[in-house]
Ligand binder design. Sequence first.
Ligand SMILES: [Zn+2]
Ligand SMILES: [Zn+2]
Ligand SMILES: [Zn+2]
Length: 242
Amino acid sequence: MRLTLLGTGTTSGIPAAGCICGACDRARTGTGPSRRHTCAWIADHRFSVQVDAGLVGPDRPDALLLTHYHPDHVAEIAAVAAGRPVWGPEDPDRRIAVEDRVPGLRIRVVEPFVSIALANGWTATPVPLHHTIPAVGWLVEGPRRIAWLTDTLGLPERTTAFLAALRPDLGAIDCSFPPDDPRAEEKRHNDLPRAVAALTAIRCTAGRLVHIGHHLQCHLDEGTVLPPWCAVGHDGERIAWS
Ligand SMILES: [Zn+2]
Ligand SMILES: [Zn+2]
Ligand SMILES: [Zn+2]
């Protein structure tokens, strides 16, 4: 089982259009990371699922799981979803607006904590998040357990308890802002301390920070110490288990 981070950036990505901050400058010159819309590809040799559709990956998935309907998570839905089963949270107006963009697309609405059967023995369980609009994370379980947690500010208590009891092999979480940035509360995205705290609380074996904003990237570029089991994700990074 393996996970590929197709993208690890916020809505604006890195470099952000017109921005002259250090992180965006370094991305343009190739001396720092570029980051596109956050989404993931999870696969083994027989089955694959993509979480969110902000990007088209190198291969089409067998199924698509959506966390919410903000544009950076559904920008490429027409290409990614075509002919595949798609599951997502209830948020009627935004869900219907997404469906209307893709002929024949019907998003299967999920209930929090109610698992769906994928294929190949895999399951996926939606878990509630704290965001500006209805959003769910996904626990994808095959040979390994992967918790994908974007977009969110902290985690609801029930989500933390559910995941901590299962001790995911990998937790990947929204980490958009540097410490003490008031926009974290306003936009309902994690800052760095809250992202690490949430991953610590779910007791995952390994952690990745994703949905990285350019101001956070400037902060990271100055040097930040993370717990040894936790790292900042990168576009194209592949994490594999034997
Ligand atoms: Zn910038
Ligand atoms: Zn969002
Ligand atoms: Zn987002």
